[in-house]
Write a protein that binds this ligand. Structure first.
Ligand SMILES: Cc1ncc(COP(=O)(O)O)c(C=O)c1O
Length: 504
C-alpha cells in the first residue's frame, strides 16, 4: 500500500496551484528547546493552507467527462477554498456546500475564487448530506476533504519536499496535525516507505482526538462530542482510507490542549511573524510536549504549520491563553487582611515578578480575596511561589488550570460593597514598567485602604487600572497632593453611573 502511495505522490500534480513552501528553521524556539526545530510553512500557500495540494491533485486527475460535469464538496473551512481555487485554475465548475452558520468572510472568500456557494443546514453533517444528494442528482464528482487517495497523495507532496529541504544532519521526527487524517496519511506513507527510521508523530487537539481513539480501540470509532476550538481538525471519526495508513505507520499519537495550541501560535509568531490558526499550530504544540516528555536534546524535529486562516477577533483569546499554555503565568486567589498597607505587603512578597493581572473588591471588614496573575518562567516556579506564599502565612488557591476562573470569574470579581465607607473610584494610567504598581502603593496604599482594584496586562504602553480608595473628606487635600506627587494620569470616576449600578 505504501508503495502505491509513494508512486501517486511522485506523480502528483500540485505546483500549477500550490507552491513549494519553505522549511524554515525556528531559531528562537530551537534555542529554547535545545533541539533544531524546522517549520514547514504551509501557511504561505496561496489559500493560506496546504489544502490546495490535495484538492488540485484530485481535480487535475479527473477524466474529461468528470471535468465537464463539475465538482462538489462540503466544507466550511480550508478545503472549500482549496477546491474553489483548484477548480478555478482548471476552469471547472465547483459547487461548495457550506452550513448556513458559516462566517461571511469564508463564504465571500470562496465566492471570490469563483466557487458556487450553496448554504444548507446548521451543521457540517447537514451540509455534507446535501452535497451528497446534489452529487447524485447532478453527476458532480465529490472532492472529499481527506478520504480519497488522490487527495492524500496531494498532501503527501509535503513529505517529498521536506526530504530534500532539511539541510545538514538527519531528521529525527516529523510532527503532523490530524483532522480526518489526509495530511498525516500522505506524509506517513511517503516517509515510512523511504525513511522508516524517521519517527512520524500524529498530533491531535484533545477534544477531537479521533485517531488516538481509533488506535486505542483498534477500529474507527466516532467521538460523541468534538471541540471546535481547532476548527480545521474538528473531525469526529478518522477517515476510512486514511486509517488504513495511520493505524500502522504512525509511531505515536500526542494530544494537546487549547492553551498549549495558543502557546504554539505565539511560538510560530515569534519565529516567523505569521499568525497560525489553531489547527495550523497544533503540530508545534505536540512537538513541544514530546520534547518535554522525552527530555529530547540535539534532535532535528520537523513540524508542519498547516494553515493561517484565523479570524482576527480570535486573537484576543489566543493571546490571553498563550501564557498559561506556555506555563508563563500563574493565577492565584489569595486572602489578605482588609487594612491599609496589606496590598503593598503582598506585592513585596512576590518580589520583582511582573503582575499580569490584579482583581480585587472589598468584601468584609476583616479579609480581602484577591485574584492575581503572575509572570513565571517555568511551571516549577509556580509550585515554588505557591509554597513561598503559604509559608508567609497567606491562604492561597491555585487557579492556573481552573477553567471557570480563567474564562469567567476573572472578569466578574467585584460587586457592591456598601460597607466600604468613603470610597472614591479612580481610573489610572500606569506606566507599563516594573515597579509602577509598587510606586503607586507606596504613595497611597499605606495611608488609605484600597477597596477595589482591577488591572490586566494587555501589552499596551499604559496599564489601565480601576481603583477604589477609602478617603474620608478630611483627608482629601492630602490625598490629592499625593496623587499629584505620583504623577500618573487619573480620572475621578466616582460619579460614573456604572459604578453606582455594579460596584458602589
Ligand atoms: C489548517 C489545517 N490543518 C490541518 C488539517 C487536517 O487535515 P486532515 O483532515 O487531512 O487531517 C486541516 C483540515 O482541514 C486544516 O485546515
Amino acid at each position: 500500500m505504501l508503495e502505491s502511495y509513494v508512486k501517486k505522490i511522485l506523480n502528483a500534480k500540485v505546483y500549477e496551484a500550490a507552491i513549494e513552501t519553505p522549511l524554515d528553521e525556528a531559531t528562537s524556539l530551537s534555542r529554547r528547546l535545545n533541539n533544531r526545530i524546522l517549520i514547514k510553512r504551509e501557511d504561505l500557500q496561496p489559500v493560506f493552507s496546504f489544502k490546495l495540494r490535495g484538492a488540485y491533485n484530485m481535480i487535475a486527475n479527473l477524466s474529461e467527462a468528470q471535468r465537464q460535469a463539475g465538482v462538489i464538496c462540503a466544507s466550511a473551512g480550508n478545503h472549500a477554498q482549496g477546491v474553489a481555487q483548484a477548480a478555478k485554475l482548471l476552469g471547472i465548475k465547483a459547487v461548495i456546500v457550506m452550513p448556513v452558520t458559516t462566517p461571511e468572510i469564508k463564504v465571500s472568500s470562496v465566492r471570490a475564487r469563483g466557487g458556487k456557494v450553496v448554504l444548507h443546514g446548521d451543521s457540517f453533517d447537514e451540509a455534507y448530506a446535501h452535497a451528497s444528494k446534489l452529487q447524485e442528482d447532478k453527476g458532480y464528482t465529490f472532492v472529499h476533504p481527506y478520504d480519497a487517495p488522490d487527495v492524500i497523495a496531494g498532501q503527501g507532496t509535503i513529505a517529498r519536499e521536506i526530504l530534500h529541504q532539511y539541510g545538514p544532519g538527519e531528521i529525527d521526527a516529523i510532527f503532523m496535525p490530524v483532522g480526518g487524517g489526509g495530511l498525516a496519511a500522505g506524509v506517513a506513507a511517503y516517509i515510512k516507505y523511504l525513511r522508516p527510521e524517521i519517527k512520524v508523530i500524529a498530533v491531535e487537539y484533545e477534544e477531537s482526538a479521533c485517531l488516538a481513539a481509533a488506535r486505542a480501540a483498534g477500529k474507527r470509532t466516532t467521538l460523541k462530542e468534538v471541540g471546535l476550538f481547532a476548527d480545521g481538525i474538528a473531525v469526529a471519526q478518522i477517515g476510512k482510507e486514511t486509517f488504513k495508513v495511520l493505524k500502522e505507520h504512525v509511531d505515536e499519537c500526542i494530544t494537546v490542549s487549547a492553551d498549549e495550541i495558543c502557546a504554539a501560535i505565539k511560538d510560530v509568531f515569534d519565529d516567523t511573524r505569521s499568525v497560525a490558526e489553531p489547527a495550523g499550530a497544533t503540530s508545534i504544540a505536540g512537538m513541544k510536549k514530546w520534547v518535554e516528555q522525552n527530555s529530547a536534546e540535539g534532535k532535528t524535529l520537523v513540524t508542519i504549520c498547516s494553515g493561517a486562516n484565523m479570524n482576527f477577533d480570535r486573537l484576543r483569546y489566543v493571546a490571553e491563553r498563550a501564557d498559561v499554555g506556555e506555563h508563563q503565568e500563574a493565577i492565584f486567589a489569595v486572602t489578605i487582611p482588609e487594612k491599609p498597607g496589606s496590598f503593598k505587603r503582598f506585592i513585596s512578597h512576590i518580589g520583582k515578578r511582573a503582575v499580569t493581572e490584579f482583581n480585587y473588591r472589598y468584601n468584609d471588614s476583616q479579609q480581602a480575596q484577591i485574584f492575581v496573575g503572575l509572570k513565571i518562567s517555568a511551571d516549577s516556579e509556580r509550585a515554588d511561589l505557591l509554597q513561598r506564599l503559604t509559608d508567609d502565612g497567606y491562604d492561597v488557591l491555585d487557579l492556573t488550570f481552573n477553567e471557570v476562573a480563567k474564562g469567567h470569574v476573572r472578569h466578574m470579581v467585584g460587586g457592591h460593597a456598601p460597607q466600604a465607607q468613603d470610597e472614591r473610584l479612580f481610573r489610572f494610567e500606569f506606566p507599563e514598567r516594573p515597579g509602577a504598581l509598587m510606586k503607586f502603593l507606596s504613595a497611597l496604599g499605606g495611608h488609605w485602604n484600597i477597596s477595589l482594584f482591577h488591572y490586566r496586562n494587555h501589552g499596551a504602553a499604559y496599564g489601565r487600572v480601576l481603583c477604589g480608595i477609602q478617603v474620608p473628606d478630611k483627608d482629601l487635600k492630602a490625598f490629592y497632593a499625593k496623587l499629584k506627587d505620583l504623577g500618573y494620569r487619573y480620572w475621578d470616576e466616582s460619579d460614573n453611573p456604572v459604578y453606582d449600578a455594579f460596584l458602589s
